[in-house]
Design a protein around this ligand. Structure first.
Ligand code: ADP
Length: 157
């Protein structure tokens, strides 16, 4: 049986916290499709194409990971890839409220798709794309917190 999960997010940019979620997800699923949401209303630092490229370069050597850019409903993306699950990561209780709403809404849209959560690695619980953008924007060193390909993109900015 081929078990596929969609891991959706903005990935603005992808961090080692996101990579950790994928690594954990691969223990549960055969294939993970990373869904990079266009999310123009979030006013992302990197455009969708660049975010996709950063994710692609990060997982270049991982055949079980695919990347899909999307702008519509998550459940539609799941159908497109015949995924039976949505993968999300939890860092702290503060993540829960939003994740709970999203999982409940997606369940209403398609009761057959399960949302699965994995816990962040302890030393990445404080890592978020927002902090990466802020710290790097002020010249701070984020090299221990993002995959190597992302560093080049941040330096370019
Ligand atoms: P979104 O815009 O949907 O919140 P993000 O790219 O910020 O997208 O996050 C995607 C998912 O990854 C979310 O479930 C988020 O909680 C999770 N996540 C982000 N950073 C980490 C981390 N450091 N450890 C574990 N999960 C994380």
């Amino acid at each position: 049986m081929n078990r596929t999960a969609i891991y959706p997010g903005t990935f603005d940019p992808i961090t080692l916290g996101h990579v950790d979620v994928v690594t954990r997800g691969l223990k549960l699923f055969d294939r993970i499709v990373i869904g990079v949401a266009d999310n123009p209303n979030k006013g992302p630092m990197f455009d969708a194409e660049t975010r996709v490229n950063m994710v692609r370069e990060t997982f270049e050597a991982e055949p079980q990971v695919e990347i899909a850019r999307f702008s519509g409903l998550l459940v539609d993306l799941a159908h497109q890839y015949q995924a039976h699950a949505i993968l999300r990561g939890l860092r702290a209780a503060s993540d829960f409220e939003y994740e709970f709403q999203m999982a409940t809404m997606n369940r209403r849209l398609d009761a057959e798709i399960e949302t699965a959560f994995v816990m962040a690695r302890e030393d990445y619980t404080f890592v978020s794309s927002r902090f990466i953008r802020e710290i790097s924007g002020m010249g701070g060193d984020v090299s221990a917190l993002v995959p190597p390909p992302v560093l080049a993109y941040l330096e370019e900015r």
